[in-house]
Design a protein around this ligand. Structure first.
Ligand code: 3HC
Ligand code: NAI
Length: 699
């Protein structure tokens, strides 16, 4: 029974029970209408609507989007609730989100337990509230607060919802008893049927200028996305049109959103993020090991950020550095970063202090005897890492997990230094580690199943999106990045300017272009790495000649005030530098390349093709478990726009045959071996199969 009904004395109680999150599937919608009709017809004086399980309805059933609609639609359910002839009271716990909150808004009264939250997160799925949210919320709390809530998609706490006027009462648990008492109180008062549809939107902040200003702000903040602009249009409609017309307008906009490629992409990412931490073939009996205390080796850029991730989740950290100076520097940087968060108003001073105190510094390995997990983040040198792991093997207790944050090094070789390779795993964070959500969990040959289960669980606990990778040079993300970064270099020598290349990629929605990223990270890092390679490993000498020339001129990127661009020493504002064009032209003539005009389309296409082709190789080699894992890695670690769904989603949408043909054309045109289509791609195209078919066959 997805929806049940009972009469408790003179109050009708409708209960939804559709685990895990009580999503509004067709059955739930139908059940709500039936239960409501029963309640309408019996002797109840008021009706309480609540949910079993961990949460009130958390929204529409996302997997139903894109399929033929089945009646009753949610707006029909809501109209029935709002039109009821007895007061209907929503009783909220957990997260009343999206369509779930819209159901609550259609009730005449709303109460919630104090740890509940309400929100309209549809925008995160490339949608907008499609069952009255954009029409009812501005009627309750005004245009400004409504746009803030709907365009951000952020949930608000029960206390804030009460203050705003989204709910009427915060009650103590147990919820059912409290809701029944509230309903009786309303009945005793003879409370009216308060229908939000009959309220007026306050004209105060509903001017044309106000909406224009929201359009501009959201155009910048959520660049390239359609749903936020449609949200403004719907809220504007709420302020101008009668309720039913506004509702019809909203529905039209909503349906168009559900059919959009952006929403398909964002829904793909929603499910892919939830799939990614599931390790295929893992022994079902393997339970995560408890993690109560964490050790971190190295308090540099990454170690400090990683320490903050754990402290932010309330997990105590012991941070070990080489010497007191290094430790002081590392701890000071952590303090500075917390200070910045406080100054931005994102954290209270008191909370920052509490978190900082969870991080204890040491230079003595003996202090790591009791930690459950150690993450090494020392220099990227096999020799140094081998020394650290040998020492960890001596001091850490049996069963402690020993993890490395290496970007490229062989985790198997690191594991072999210890007598417990089953406890060794890669935990590859991304910079800045306290901000970026991707965590690559690198499975070495001997990593135990329960270590992987622990890595996935702890990753989620600290707010990351964990993705499993196998050992290879650069794992999933950085291995693909090398192909992408090389394409930027080649486009440059062939004729494009840095700003044209970056513009093509940011135009697609990338958070930053590849050359601006290079300047931010420092051009010397790649330069040093290339110095260590043999000529054969370096490949085509023209690939990195521009980058090398810039470094040799002292142009190291932002830190030296100049790289592919010039940077204002005060503001760090970026400007085009004619000197760079001279360098590019000199290198082109040195390598016998005659420069030509490249279109932005060609630039974008070549970068995407470079990512996609490597993605297919990574899949076939089993480095990544699923195409969706690669997409999640690119969205959360490399600034790939979620609304484009990730590189593999892009390939699937474009059509695998089209991708294969384009790669072949590039191969013919350039003669470069790396454009040869990956064998898996060739096979799928020749067999007329999709990536989904391949996944289904494999598992
Ligand atoms: N539809 C279908 N499945 C859903 C779902 C939904 N709305 N919300 C969650 N799920 C599934 C997840 O895929 C996951 O499945 P799995 O166990 O097979 O992996 C399971 O429920 C549990 O989800 P989480 O792992 O995310 O659980 P958490 O406890 O961490 O979070 C949550 C719970 C906060 C409710 C979170 O799942 C969430 O944010 N869900 C989406 C909410 C949302 O976007 N609602 C709006 C939908 S659009 C809409 O309502 C349109 C309307 O305006 C007409
Ligand atoms: P970093 O140079 O900023 O910090 C390294 C720290 O380790 C220094 O503070 C150093 O004093 C300390 N250290 C060196 N040897 C040590 C030892 N034997 N014992 C204790 N401490 C020691 O380097 P960064 O950037 O933090 O990188 C660390 C690791 O993280 C590397 O393996 C790197 O490849 C990886 N990584 C770096 C990313 C980045 O963007 N910087 C991203 C992801 C991974």
């Amino acid at each position: 029974m997805l929806v049940s009904y009972e009469l408790v004395d003179d109050i009708g109680v409708i209960t939804v029970n559709n685990p895990p999150v009580n999503a509004l599937s067709h059955g739930v919608r139908e059940g709500l209408v039936t239960a409501l009709a029963t309640a309408q017809a019996d002797s109840s004086k008021a009706i309480v609507l609540l949910c079993e399980g961990r949460t009130f309805i958390a929204g529409a059933e996302i997997s139903e989007f894109g399929k033929p609609p089945q009646a009753p639609s949610l707006p029909e359910v809501n109209a029935a609730i709002e039109g009821a002839s007895k007061p209907v009271i929503a009783a909220l716990h957990g997260t009343a989100l999206g369509g779930g909150f819209e159901v609550a808004l259609s009730c005449h009264y709303r109460c919630a337990v104090s740890d509940a939250a309400v929100g309209l997160p549809e925008v995160k799925l490339g949608l907008l509230p499609g069952a009255g949210g954009t029409q009812r919320v501005p009627r309750l709390i005004g245009v400004e607060a409504a746009l803030d809530m709907i365009a951000s998609g952020k949930p608000v706490t029960a206390a804030k919802a009460l203050k705003l006027g989204l709910i009427d009462r915060v009650v103590d648990a147990p919820l059912k008893a409290a809701a029944l008492a509230y309903a009786r109180e309303l009945v005793a008062e003879g409370a009216m049927l308060r229908r939000v549809r009959d309220m007026k939107v306050s004209a105060e902040d509903a001017s044309a200028e106000q909406f224009a200003s929201w359009r501009t702000t959201l155009g910048k903040r959520m660049r390239g996305q359609q749903a936020p602009q449609r949200i403004v249009a719907c809220v504007e409609a709420a302020s101008r049109l009668p309720f039913d017309e506004g509702l019809a307008f909203e529905r039209g906009q909503f349906v168009e959103c559900t059919e959009s490629e952006q929403s398909a992409a964002l829904r793909h990412i929603f499910f892919a993020e939830r799939q990614a931490p599931k390790v295929l073939g893992l022994d079902p009996a393997s339970q995560p090991r408890p993690i109560q205390r964490v050790g971190i080796i190295g308090g540099g850029t990454m170690g400090g950020g990683i320490a903050m991730c754990f402290a932010n989740a309330g997990i105590p950290v012991t941070l070990l550095e080489l010497n007191q100076d290094g430790l002081d520097r590392g701890l000071a940087l952590i303090g500075k970063n917390y200070g910045i968060t406080v100054s931005k108003g994102k954290l209270s001073e008191q909370e920052a202090v509490r978190r900082e105190r969870l991080i204890r510094g040491t230079t003595d390995y003996a202090d790591l005897g009791e930690v459950d997990l150690v993450i090494e983040a020392v220099f990227e040198s096999m020799e140094v890492k081998r020394q650290v792991f040998a020492r960890l093997d001596e001091v850490c207790k049996p069963g402690a997990i020993l993890a490395t944050n290496t970007s490229y090094l062989d985790v198997n070789e690191i594991a072999r230094v210890t007598d417990r390779p089953q406890d060794v795993v890669g935990l590859h964070f991304f910079s800045p580690a306290n901000v970026m959500r991707l965590l690559e969990v690198v499975r070495a040959d001997d990593t135990a199943d329960d270590v992987l289960a622990t890595a996935m669980a702890i990753g989620k606990r600290i707010g990351k999106v964990p993705v499993l990778a196998r050992v290879c040079f650069g794992f999933i993300g950085n291995r693909m990045l090398r192909q992408y970064a090389r394409e930027a270099q080649l486009c440059m020598i062939e004729g494009a300017s840095p700003e044209q290349i970056d513009g093509a990629l940011t135009g697609f929605g990338m958070a930053m272009g590849p050359l601006a990223v290079g300047d931010l990270a420092g051009l010397d890092i790649g330069y040093k790495a290339r110095q260590a390679l043999t000529d054969a490993q370096k490949g085509d000498p023209k690939s990195y000649c521009i980058a090398d020339a810039l470094v040799e001129m002292g142009r190291l990127g932002q830190k030296s005030g100049a790289g592919y661009y010039r940077y204002d020493p005060e503001t760090r504002a970026r400007s085009v530098d004619p000197e760079v064009l001279e360098v590019i032209e000199a290198q082109a003539s040195k390598h016998g390349v005659s420069r030509r005009a490249l279109s932005s389309d060609e630039i974008l296409d070549r970068h995407l093709m470079a990512l996609v082709n490597e993605g297919f190789r990574i899949l076939e080699e089993g480095i990544a478990q699923r195409p969706g894992d690669i997409d999640v890695a690119y969205v959360h670690g490399y600034g790939f726009p979620a609304y484009q769904g990730g590189p593999m989603f892009y390939a699937a949408q474009r059509g695998l045959a089209s991708v294969r043909d384009r790669l072949k054309a590039l191969q013919r045109q350039t003669g470069a071996g790396y454009w040869e289509p990956a064998p898996l791609l060739e096979r799928l195209v020749s067999q007329g199969q999709s990536l989904d078919d391949w996944m289904a066959e494999k598992h």
